[in-house]
Design a protein around this ligand. Sequence first.
Ligand code: ADP
Length: 304
Amino acid sequence: MNSNNALRTGKPKDCQSCDKTDCPGRQQPQNESDDMLRQRRNIARKMCRIDRKLLVMSGKGGVGKSTVAANLAVSLALADKSVGLLDVDIHGPSIPRLMGLEGQQLVMHESEIVPIDVGGNLKVMSIGFLLGSPEDAVIWRGPMKFGVISQFLGDVEWGTLDYLVIDAPPGTGDEPLSVAQLAGERTTAVLVTTPQALSVADVRRSVSFCRKMSMPIAGIIENMSGLVCPHCNGRIDLFGSGGGEALAREMDVPVLGKIPIDPKIVECGDSGEPYIHRFAESDAAKAFAKVVERIIDGKDADDK
Ligand code: ADP
C-alpha cells in the first residue's frame, strides 16, 4: 500500500468553526503541488471540530495501553460524549480485535474515509482496517508513518466530536511524535503504566517527551493495579503497588485512576467485546468511570 495515497482525498470544505485568521484551515495553497499545506488545512479543519484529543501513551508494551484506550473511549461514549477512537499503532494495531471489528471494510463518502460507526456515539478508525490480513507486517519508515497519520487526522470523516482517543504504540517514536505535531491545540496525553518500577521508569521518558513537545498531560493511569483473588478475596499486588502514584507525585502530574487486574479483561479483549459493556458493575469498570469523570472535570476546569 502506498501510505501517501492510502487515504488521499481532495475537496477541502469550509469549516468556519473559528475566526482565527492564522488558522491553517484558512490558508490557501499557492499551487496545485502544495500538498503539505493542503493536508495541514484539511487537518486543521477536521481537528477544529473535535473538542479534545487524548493521546494514550505508555513507556513500554504490554502494560494495557490499547485496552485502556478502547475502554476509555467506550466509557466516554457511555458518559454521553461523542467519541472517536483512532489506532495509530501502525506495527501492531490491536483496536480492531479489542472492539470486535476485525475484517471490517472501510467505505468512502465524497472522497473521505468513513470511520466504522459502532453505535452509541462511537466511531473507530485503525490502520488495521487497511491491511489485507491481521498477520501482514507493515514496514514503513518515519515519513510514511507521518503521511498516513496526517491522512487519519485530515481525511477521515470524524464529524463533530467531544473526544478523539488516539492509541499510539509504546515509546516516543514516530507515531506519537506525528500526532503531537499534527493534532493541534487541545491535545493532551494520557500515560498508562503498571505499578512496576520497570514500567514506571519508562513512563518518565513519556513525561519528558510531552514536556519537550509542550503537550499537556491529562494524567497517569496505573493499570494492572492489584488483583482481588476470586477464591479468598485477598488482594495480590502482582506488579507491586503505588508506582504510578509515586511517579505522578515526583513529576507533578495528576493520577487519573488505578485499574485493577481482572482476568475478564483478557477474556473480553480476546473475544472482541468491550469489557465495560459486559461487566459494567465490576471494580475495573467503576475505576474506568472515575478516570472518565476526572478527564471530563479536567476539561471543564481548563475551560473556566
Ligand atoms: P499494550 O497496548 O500496552 O501492549 P494491551 O492492551 O494489548 O497492552 O494489553 C496486554 C494484555 O494485558 C492483554 O492480554 C490485555 O487483555 C491484558 N490486560 C490489560 N489490562 C488488564 C487488566 N487491567 N487486567 C487484566 N488484564 C489486562
